[in-house]
Ligand binder design. Structure first.
Ligand SMILES: [Cu+2]
Length: 314
């Protein structure tokens, strides 16, 4: 993206953060903006959109609806950017994305030492940030909802996370995480070696060995912080949408290796915690987006050039 395009994008995101929410405040008293509509929906649906048959398609539409809101409600003329993690996996803090300039997505958090961020069997150590983001376009933004399940040390949950809890955006951008879990080799291997949708979505979310967290977790925990390290509230950090655009791009590349099969399949359970008890998802399942979009069938969301979509990645 040109520097002007990058500034247009973050300006539109800040606009979304200034617009009124559409979701009724009776559902979450902490809602303060149109941006929060997206955060709230993700919080509310977390157990039925992760580790599930609809994980990839739900997040695909979610990112698309966010881009649409930026365009229709905040005058953004560009497209949704993605974060090619692998390109900067060795040193994300100094990449154009996190360097804190006015063309970045905001800098790392100020130094605030903590006990680390547990990631399954591995603990990502404090990586020099952890405090408030004080540079770049989001230095003054307020995070209103959460925390619910913050992974970074030193951050406490705030009940059900739905009440008004204004605070700064915190990050602990981690090369420990990015260099272990989001390299180009790992992404290429996921695309080349996942023969079916089960292997693809499992390896992406869980990794290929017990101490791996997959590229999905890798991107999330490269950002870290609050709400970035919070499974429920992570869309409260604007970087979420660049991370999940990259997830969608990798999914799109993988689908297009065998389009005759991969544009027509989904697999997995309906509920992350209930697993087998919840039953298997199918491509006829409804996929819902209250207050940010419409209700679709999963099969409508499999092809980025069909159903509601008409896009490709460059
Ligand atoms: Cu999610």
């Amino acid at each position: 993206m040109t520097k002007d395009d990058r500034r247009s994008y973050t300006t539109a995101v800040r606009c979304l953060q200034q617009k009124e929410n559409v979701t009724p405040r009776e559902l979450a008293s902490g809602l303060r903006s149109r941006f929060d509509d997206f955060v709230y929906l993700h919080i509310n649906m977390t157990p039925t959109i992760h580790g599930t048959a609809n994980f990839l398609t739900w997040h695909r539409y979610y990112i698309w609806a966010y881009e649409k809101a930026l365009r229709d409600e905040c005058g953004y003329q560009g497209t949704q950017p993605y974060w090619n993690w692998g390109k900067y996996a060795a040193d994300p803090v100094n990449s154009p994305i996190f360097d804190g300039s006015d063309t970045s997505m905001g800098g790392n958090g100020d130094p605030l030492e903590h006990t680390g961020t547990p990631l399954g069997k591995v603990v990502a150590p404090w990586s020099g940030g952890g405090g408030c983001v004080t540079t770049g376009p989001f230095k003054d933004m307020e995070v209103n909802l959460g925390p619910i399940a913050p992974a970074m040390g030193g951050i406490q949950p705030n009940g059900n996370g739905l009440s008004y809890n204004p605070r700064c955006l915190k990050r602990d951008v981690s090369s420990f995480v990015s260099s272990r879990f989001t390299t180009i080799e790992q992404t290429a291997s996921l695309i080349k070696n996942s023969d079916d949708i089960f292997a693809f979505e499992d390896d992406m979310q869980l990794g290929v060995s017990p101490d791996d967290i997959g590229i999905h977790g890798g991107g999330h925990f490269t950002i870290g912080g609050d709400p970035g390290s919070d499974f429920y509230v992570s869309p409260g950090d604007p970087m979420f949408y660049l991370h999940h655009a990259e997830i969608d791009r990798i999914y799109w590349i993988w689908q297009n290796q065998v389009p005759t099969k991969r544009l027509f399949e989904a697999g997995g359970y309906l509920h992350m915690f209930l697993q087998a008890q919840s039953g298997n998802g199918t491509i006829d399942d409804p996929v819902e987006f209250p207050y940010i979009g419409d209700t679709w069938r999963l099969k409508d969301l499999l092809d980025t050039t069909d159903g509601p979509f008409c896009y490709i990645y460059e």
